[in-house]
Design a binder for this molecule. Structure first.
Ligand code: USQ
Length: 417
C-alpha cells in the first residue's frame, strides 16, 4: 500500500464525499472531514429527504470507529465563507492532500431561479478560489484533488473520442505558418452548475502556472449506485440516495421509480448519451488520484472518471426489462440536445489499474433492493423534474397534454423533444 497521508475531505458529508472519506480511511489515510451540512440544509429547503435514512455526522463517525477502529476527524466549516478558519486549519494541520467536493452539484437545482443560480456560482466559484488562495497563503505543498464533471466538455458532437482535458490544435497564421498548441478542451457547459466547474478549470490553470500548485481535476460522469464496501459495514454508515427531480441522478431515479410503481421518466426521446460510473469506482478513482499527484510546476492533471457511455432510453429499457416498469417519454425540462453521441477516453485510470464496473443486471439488483426497502420514505410529489432551463422549456412543460411519446421498443420517435 502507498504511504499513509493526512487528507482533508471538503464536502465529506455528501453523496460522493462520505463514501470517499470512509474508503480513504480504510486504506490507512488520516482523514479529516470538513463540511457545512449544505446538502442536509437544501433537503430541508426543498422538503425532501434522502431515500436512505442518514444519521448525524457524530453517529456516522462513531459507527465507523466501532467497525474499523479508525478515527475520522470533523470540522464544521463553510469553505466559501469561513476563509480565515480554513487558512488556520491548513496552517495547523498541514494536510498532504485536499479532496474537494464542497460544491453545489445539481444542475436542475442550479437552474431553479435567481437565488439558486447566485448561490451556486458564489458557493462553487468562491469556495474553490478560497481553497486555492488558502493553499498559497499557508505556503503548503499540498495536492488538491477536485471533483469536476464530464459536463464541462459539452456532450459529444466532437466526432472523436474526447481526450483527458487537453486538446492538440494546429493554428495557421497569416503567413501560412502552422503552430501546434495544446489547450484546455473548450468548455461548453449546459447549466449554471456545469458553468461553475468550467470556471474552476481556469482557476486551476492559473494557480498551477502562477504558484506551482499541484492539482488534479477529475471529470466525472453520472454516478449510480449508493453503497460501497465501507458504507455496507453498518446501517449508520449508509450513503445518502437522492431520487427527487432536483438532486436525483437518472439511473438511481429510474430504480426508485420502478420500486414505487411510478413510470420511468425519460426526458424527450431519451437519446441523450451520457458517461456513467458506479459509486464504488468513484471512491477507487479518488484513492488512485491521491496516490498519483502531479509534480510541482506540472500542468493541472485532468482525468476522465467514467466507466462507460450509455443512452438514457437504453437505461430505461434495461430497468424496464428487469422490473416490468412502464417507460414514459416526457417533455424535456432541460435545454439539451435531443440526441447525441459521446465517446470519452478514460485511459489514465485504466492505466492505473482501474477495471470499472459496467452496468449489468446483477448490480442493479442491490440498488433496486435498497429502493424497495425504503420505498415508504419516497414522496411521489418530488419525483417529477419541474425545473425548466428557460421560458421555452417551461411553456412546453405547462402544455396540458405534456406531449408524452408512448414507449416503443427500438428507435423511438424523435419529434417530441
Ligand atoms: N434525465 C431523464 N429523466 C430523469 C432525469 C434525467 O431523462 O428523470 C436525463 C436528463 O435530461 C439528462 C440525463 O438524464 O439528459 C442526465 O441527467 P442527471 O440528472 O442524471 O445528470 P446531470 O444533471 O448531468 O448531473 C449529474 C450530477 C452532476 C455531475 C453530472 C455528470 O448531478 O453533479 O457533474 O451528473 S455529467 O452528466 O457527465 O456532466
Amino acid at each position: 500500500m502507498a504511504a499513509s497521508k493526512k487528507i482533508f475531505v471538503l464536502g465529506g458529508d455528501g453523496f460522493c464525499g462520505w463514501p470517499t472519506s470512509l474508503h480513504l480511511s480504510s486504506l490507512g489515510h488520516e482523514v479529516t472531514i470538513i463540511d457545512n451540512f449544505s446538502r442536509r440544509r437544501i433537503d430541508a429547503e426543498l422538503g425532501v429527504r434522502s431515500l436512505t435514512p442518514i444519521v448525524s455526522m457524530e453517529q456516522r463517525i462513531d459507527a465507523w470507529q466501532d467497525v474499523s477502529g479508525s478515527v475520522l476527524k470533523f470540522h464544521y466549516l463553510d469553505v466559501a465563507e469561513d476563509y480565515a478558519q480554513l487558512v488556520h486549519l491548513l496552517e495547523t494541520e498541514r494536510p498532504d492532500t485536499i479532496v474537494h467536493f464542497a460544491e453545489q452539484r445539481a444542475a436542475p437545482y442550479s437552474m431553479r431561479g435567481a437565488a439558486e443560480k447566485r448561490y451556486t456560482v458564489g458557493n462553487n466559484v468562491g469556495g474553490t478560489h478560497n481553497v486555492l488562495n488558502a493553499l498559497v497563503e499557508s505556503d503548503l505543498d499540498c495536492h488538491l484533488v477536485h471533483l469536476g464533471t464530464m459536463g464541462v466538455y459539452g456532450y459529444g458532437g466532437a466526432g472523436f473520442e474526447i481526450p483527458e482535458g487537453y486538446l492538440e490544435v494546429d493554428v495557421t497564421d497569416r503567413e501560412g505558418k502552422r503552430h501546434e498548441w495544446e489547450i484546455l478542451y473548450p468548455t461548453r457547459p449546459g447549466s449554471v452548475y456545469h458553468m461553475t466547474k468550467s470556471i474552476d478549470q481556469l482557476m486551476f490553470q492559473f494557480y498551477a502556472q502562477n504558484d506551482a500548485l499541484r492539482i488534479t481535476d477529475l471529470h466525472q460522469g453520472i454516478v449510480w449506485g449508493t453503497q460501497t464496501a465501507e458504507t455496507r459495514r453498518h446501517p449508520d454508515l449508509v450513503n445518502r440516495f437522492d431520487y427527487d427531480g432536483e438532486y436525483g441522478t437518472v439511473l438511481n431515479r429510474f430504480l426508485v421509480q420502478a420500486a414505487t410503481g411510478h413510470p420511468l421518466t425519460v426526458h424527450g426521446t431519451g437519446g441523450q448519451t451520457r458517461a456513467f460510473i458506479n459509486i464504488q469506482d468513484t471512491v477507487r478513482c479518488i484513492a488512485l488520484a491521491v496516490d498519483h499527484p502531479p509534480r510541482r510546476g506540472e500542468r493541472v492533471k485532468i482525468l476522465n472518471q467514467i466507466a462507460e457511455t450509455l443512452r438514457v432510453r437504453d437505461l430505461a429499457a434495461l430497468v424496464s426489462e428487469v422490473t416490468g416498469a412502464r417507460v414514459e417519454y416526457r417533455p424535456n425540462p432541460r435545454k439539451e440536445a435531443a440526441e447525441n453521441d459521446l465517446e470519452v477516453s478514460n485511459a489514465t485510470f485504466r492505466a492505473l489499474g482501474l477495471d470499472p464496473i459496467t452496468l449489468h443486471e446483477g448490480l442493479l439488483q442491490e440498488t433496486l433492493e435498497i429502493s424497495t426497502r425504503f420505498a415508504d420514505r419516497v414522496d411521489p410529489d418530488h419525483i417529477p423534474a419541474r425545473t425548466a432551463w428557460s421560458r421555452e422549456e417551461r411553456a412546453r412543460l405547462d402544455e396540458p397534454d405534456g406531449k408524452v411519446v408512448p414507449f416503443t421498443r427500438g428507435a423511438p420517435r424523435t419529434d417530441a423533444a
